[in-house]
Design a protein around this ligand. Structure first.
Ligand code: HEC
Length: 108
């Protein structure tokens, strides 16, 4: 009985974790990861020219894309993409990146 409850509790935590609506990561750390792993293809803002690969949107554009919620970003990070090299990100790194990208969203 107790074991069964534990299993259910664990399953619930596992299922609930990716659905968190609010970014919990550290945006400053996220920016460092971008500088290290992403800047080669993505510019941060639209003003800065840094696109090496034309199709890769700036993170500002990505942040302002309708429907680009923290959840959508976390799904993106867990899906392999042909255009992006297999960048393996830890859960903490994903959360930091999500915090950074969503922080670029314009408020108006
Ligand atoms: C080798 C080049 C390259 C690197 C490095 C790269 N990307 Fe990308 N990324 C792309 C391209 C090209 C696309 C557009 C392809 C698409 O939308 O299917 C893209 C799309 C995306 C999208 C989805 C945008 C949308 O509107 O759907 C996100 C989010 C993203 N990248 C995040 C990152 C992050 C975070 C990093 C660093 C950890 C990174 N990328 C590193 C090339 C790259």
């Amino acid at each position: 009985m107790a074991l069964r409850f534990l299993f259910l509790a664990a399953a619930f935590v596992f299922l609930a974790a990716p659905a968190r609506a609010q970014p919990v990561g550290d945006a400053t750390q996220g920016q460092k990861i971008v500088d290290r792993l992403c800047i080669e293809c993505h510019a941060v803002s639209d003003e800065k020219t840094g696109h090496r690969i034309n199709q890769a949107a700036s993170f500002q554009t990505i942040a302002n894309t309708p429907g680009m919620t923290p959840l959508a970003l976390s799904v993106w990070f867990r899906t392999p993409h042909r255009e992006m090299p297999n960048i393996i990100l830890s859960k903490d790194e994903q959360e930091d990146l999500i915090a950074f990208i969503t922080s670029l969203k314009s408020t108006n």
